[in-house]
Design a protein around this ligand. Sequence first.
Ligand code: APR
Length: 234
Amino acid sequence: MLTVSSTDRVFILAGAGVSAESGIPTFRGVGGLWRNYRIEEVASPEAWNRDPRLVWEFYSMRRRVASAAKPNPAHFALAKLENTLQERLFACTQNVDNLHEQAGSRNVVHMHGELFKSRCGTCSRPPFDDTNLYEPPAEVPRCECGGRIRPHICWFGEVPFELHRIYRALGQCTLFVAIGTSGVVEPAASFVAHVNGRARTIYVGPENPANTSSFTECYLGKAGEVLPDLFGAL
Ligand code: APR
């Protein structure tokens, strides 16, 4: 169980493993999405320019899977933690589903975007809620400006969202907890190195991540089983 003092500031970095027990596939493990799809064909600006219908087919499939999923005990434990720590918690997720919010979290930064939002790829119209499934033979949706509507997702080769806020929170945190992330995708994989030496750094997941040597403690197990106890006393 973690001891969190009344002055601690906690940074949570969530990865695909947090939603795994809700039935949303991870990316790199057995059954992971990148075992069945090629990143460069469905999740990059080049893919979008080459075949936007294929990209929408991929994200429509992911919308369908995510809309059937329900939050698991890991999401509820994190929502409870937010309730307890209030502004002393900064929750950053790489996940694009909305299961944190469904569990009751109100302030989660989605650094890789949100699956149920879309935006215009051309004009500055802000991202908007969108649960449509855009699959062939339907045409790629268009904005009023004529630009193509794209998923509000940070693709490979693009800059993640809210990095300014994220690095400010990393600079302030005294306890860093990464959960269910393989530690290979930058910049998130380097967040732990950024806080090392001045914050306690903890990893939670069934196996050691690639950046395991940067963590001071690892709790090996499923997020839905470890987190409710880990934060239980708070
Ligand atoms: N609880 C906790 N962790 C789990 C669980 C579970 N029940 N099941 C699997 N995991 C762990 C795996 O051991 C693995 O380390 O979750 C991790 C998932 O790793 P990835 O599939 O690489 O996912 P993630 O690290 O979140 O990927 C980062 O890569 O493709 C991109 O944009 C995508 O946000 C994603 C980013």
